[in-house]
Design a protein around this ligand. Sequence first.
Ligand SMILES: *Cc1c(COP(=O)(O)O)cnc(C)c1O
Length: 465
Amino acid sequence: MVGGAFVFCYRRRSVATYWIGAVEIVAQKVVRKQLPGKLQPRPFHYKFSASRSAALYCGQRSMAPLAAEYGTPLYVYSADHILDRLQLFQSSLAERDHLICYAVKANSALALLQMLARRGAGFDIVSGGELERVRAAAPDALNRVVFSGAGKTADEIDLALEAGIFSFHVESEAELEVLAGRAARLRRKARFSLRVNPDIFAETHPYISTGMSEHKFGIPIAQARRIYRAARSHRWLTAHGVSVHIGSQISSAEPFGAAMTRVAGLVRELRKDGISLPCVDAGGGLGIDYERASGFDPAAVAEAYLRSIEQALEGLNVRLVLEPGRFLVAQAGALLTRVLYVKKNGRKTFVITDAGMNDLIRPALYQAWHEIVPVQRRSGRAVTVDVVGPVCESGDFFARDRSMPPVRPGDLVAILDAGAYGMAQSSNYNSRPRPAEIFVQDRKARLIRRREEMADLLAPEIELM
Ligand SMILES: *Cc1c(COP(=O)(O)O)cnc(C)c1O
């Protein structure tokens, strides 16, 4: 928003957030006028019938029939919404040379990668497995892949060299040495960026903050110049850019601008040395409003974010690479689950669902807050409940002491904003098959991953006598 000062509350709604919310709404109106299309802030919404009962929809599809057709737990994604978000970035950057490399780790479904590749997106990968996903979904996009991660193996590096990826994001001098060696062996030039650590504090959960010197990621920015200079003499290395990624779920534009300012300084210094980097990669990390505290407008948020990055790069004629993950897919997805039991233990009421922490671990791992809504609203007073799964861990919860409309066994509830780091972080813990996933596009729903069966779980195992 105006001045790059969008803020949405990380923990709880505060008076300040409401106030900022009001400012936001005004700013949104300004920005919205300049942006094309039918941008909906959220794809999941209630529709009211003649009898005034409310049913939850994903785009134009009612959620309850989806549960009947595909079973629960079920990940439901609005494909339209994801494309809208991509379009938001692409149209805002239309005037500039850019490449949007979707961060595959946020949600690595093949159908999703395929859809994004068709719209011209590249990919940010962090493993050989993710490289193979891109190859399977969109082989034409391999030359739009950037490879991040602090622990690339020689085998993974070879795979990526052979695939002819866009750039390696090198996170240590030792890795650069390995990359140089592998490139020489395969006689293939390796384009690289140093992932620099700008020592910027970004207010987010400590597990997803990455841009400070105490974190394992990147190379201290003060050392970068020396390393670029040393790499110049290597025949099989081409310095192709510089990259940063300061963390995830960052709710203000300011730290991105601060990091980019430091990066721009480095690019200028290197030019004095005769090293001209064609690309600058600003990483990912733009957050969403899980808490729904204020008038979050994705267009205004993206606009403020991009403006603060572009401001820092002013005068540098470089290609801008971005690696958004969460911002593109989080709000497009919900985990649809059925209530199995409602029980009281002492003063507490537990709503036990057929989805568990193995399906969506964010609340257990990061104390993340997800909005949870009934698919069919019942009348009656709100009740304070814990929404929990069936997994044998006390950490298996989706919400604690949450005030919710009343639900009964058999009811469906949707855990919202689960499109990023949901299915991607799922596991088979407690020998639970992973959920199915579907895409909703226009009026159509399509299965993009079938529900796992017991046979899938047992397949890799070997029984001994
Ligand atoms: C995780 C990650 C991203 C994406 O982060 P989001 O918060 O999902 O946007 C981008 N780049 C790198 C290097 C990452 O590790």
